[in-house]
Ligand binder design. Sequence first.
Ligand SMILES: [Mg+2]
Length: 269
Amino acid sequence: MKPVRYLLFTDLDGTLLDHHSYQWQAAEPALRALERAGVPVIFTTSKTAAELAPLQQAIGNQHPCIAENGALVVIPPHYFHSAEQQVHYLGEPRQTLLAILARLRDKGFQFQMFSDLSVQALSELTGLDSTSAGLALQRQATEPLLWQMGEAQLEHFRHELAAEGLTLLAGGRFLHVMGHFDKGEAMAWLVNAYRQYWGPGTLKTIALGDGPNDAGMLMAADYPVLIPGARSAECVIDHSRLRHAPAPGPKGWNQSVLALMRELSIVPA
Ligand SMILES: [Mg+2]
């Protein structure tokens, strides 16, 4: 019988990366153990593909990644069958979103969106350095915004977006305007790609996240881990195997992953 193979999907901000410092080093023991055991770690984030590339390089991650809350899946060259980088889109092009948002603004809704912001302004708002802020602005299929009106108007705004086939998803800092997809859907697409590539055998998934935009991914996983954070209480997961990390950010990530690897007997190949 073929051994069980695992894929690990992880949110970044507040999960693998510290919410404030964006550091991941506390998770290095678990990251190394996964690499040695042949478990791909798939970054699954609201970040852009442009932001992910240098981060993957810094962490030494050479696996596919899921950007912009599931809007796109990026597969590196020579990873599956193709010598070229492959990008699979689940979301509409950003220009379509921006046109709809411009119409809603004309109707009187007030919000600040990424396309309004300079690199400098985004840097001040998020604490990202200017290089990272520039990469964060290179969006392809979602638009984050800061809401500048009350809750009642926000509900009205949600309805207007729904009429356009769009949804509003709460991330760590921003509300993300996007199509009807989520991290879980992109994850399912990628799991299927691995199944086809790896062939017959059992494939199980581990997922880690800390916020409402991780719910779909956590629900879809065989082994979901909720990382405690500012918005983890809003992340309602009805899953019999849900576990809670003992600490926020990369420290909790490290402990939970190492514990899961022991329990599931995930060892170096
Ligand atoms: Mg997060």
